[in-house]
Write a protein that binds this ligand. Structure first.
Ligand code: PLP
Ligand code: COI
Length: 337
């Protein structure tokens, strides 16, 4: 194995030793299989290829000072995958199968879990796809559940340094009664061209507004949005955003730290009143936001070039729990053994 420069790892695919697969056929999941192949044979008419029957998840594992591997809130990811699968008429992996395949895949790739102190982590990518052949638009009755892992660094190359986002009204990612609350591939396809535009203009990603009125904040590319003012953690309530497990954890941590919390519609113009803002997610952890640019009128919302004190406190506390440096007060970690 080549030596990995853990501290310089990008957020990218890295080939590991093993992935796991289970197949849904005749109403049941098969025993997991483990494979060293990065490929899978798939029917040319599979519903995942033609009609987007595809659901994925993202979670992380960390090695602590004590050498133990901790997985963060895997049951929440299992639940969300089940919810996403039912949202687009797919069979969902059971919680037990999800756990078995996630944990066994980590164990078989132990040497790829980034060492303590490198800032990197093992990203786990569970995926469920429709594999049955259809030409008419109908759900499949055969599915594949797959888990692979990849050692990763920060999602935004700036890490915990503040990034800028762009608001645009020319593109929507998800409609109010659409699939935005599910983690399905189609949402990400719908985000690619606006993301590309944001990158071309020098922004980390797009801050999406609600698709109906274009008044309220939805989310930040592949992460939820939060703002902080008057010791209050504020995050959008919207039916077209992904219910982020990181965001839910930050709400709990904010309350634990004595902050108030509000989950409610957040008007774009309210940004002017926020002292701090950030994007949060498994991949992004917390990416503080320094600037938001509205491309329809050139308005700029500024939050400062350095991370704010409360975002920093929340970030450190979350990371300390994930790394096993702080007491796991909410019981979020499961040790892989
Ligand atoms: N929003 C979107 C669109 C995402 O893809 C993600 C990543 O999973 C998130 C938010 C953050 O969710 P979580 O904290 O569960 O990773
Ligand atoms: C995550 O935060 O886990 C994500 O899935 C983000 C992105 C890579 C899609």
């Amino acid at each position: 194995m080549e030596t990995i420069n853990w501290k310089e790892l990008p957020f990218a695919y890295y080939k590991t030793d093993c992935n796991s697969r289970s197949y849904w056929k005749n109403g049941a999941w098969s025993e997991p299989e483990f494979s060293d192949s990065e490929y899978m044979p798939i029917h040319i008419a599979a519903t995942s290829l033609h009609y987007g029957q595809e659901v994925f998840e993202g979670l992380k594992a960390f090695i602590g000072k004590d050498g133990k591997i901790r997985v963060f809130r895997w049951e929440e990811n299992a639940k969300r995958m089940q919810d996403s699968c039912s949202g687009i008429m797919m069979a969902a992996p059971t919680t037990e199968l999800f756990k078995e395949m996630v944990f066994e895949t980590i164990l078989r790739n132990k040497k790829f879990v980034p060492p303590y102190g490198t800032g990197a982590s093992l990203y786990i990518r569970p995926l469920t796809i429709g594999t049955g052949a259809r030409v008419g638009v109908r759900p499949s009755d055969e599915f594949m559940f797959l888990v692979f892992v990849s050692p990763v660094g920060p999602y935004f190359k700036e890490g915990f340094s503040p990034v800028s986002f762009m608001v645009t009204r020319d593109y929507d990612r998800a409609a109010p009664k659409g699939t935005g609350r599910y983690k399905v591939g189609g949402n990400y396809a719908a985000s690619l061209s606006s993301m590309h535009l944001a990158h071309e203009k020098g922004f980390a990603n797009v801050l999406y507004l609600d698709a109906k009125e274009k008044k309220y904040i939805d989310e930040c590319g592949p992460a939820n949005f939060f703002g902080i003012k008057n010791n209050t953690y504020i995050t959008p309530k919207s039916e077209s955003i992904l219910p982020s497990i990181t965001n839910k954890s930050l709400v709990q941590l904010a309350e634990y730290l004595g902050m108030k919390t509000e989950i409610r519609p957040v008007l774009l113009e309210e940004l002017d009143t926020f002292e701090e803002a950030g994007a949060c997610g498994t991949a992004a952890v917390i990416s503080p936001i320094k600037r938001i640019f509205d491309d329809s009128n050139g308005k700029i919302y500024n939050f400062g070039d350095t991370a704010g004190p409360l975002s920093t406190k929340l970030y450190n506390m979350l990371r300390d729990i994930q790394n096993g440096d702080a007491e796991d007060v909410f019981g979020w970690n499961t040790i892989v053994e």
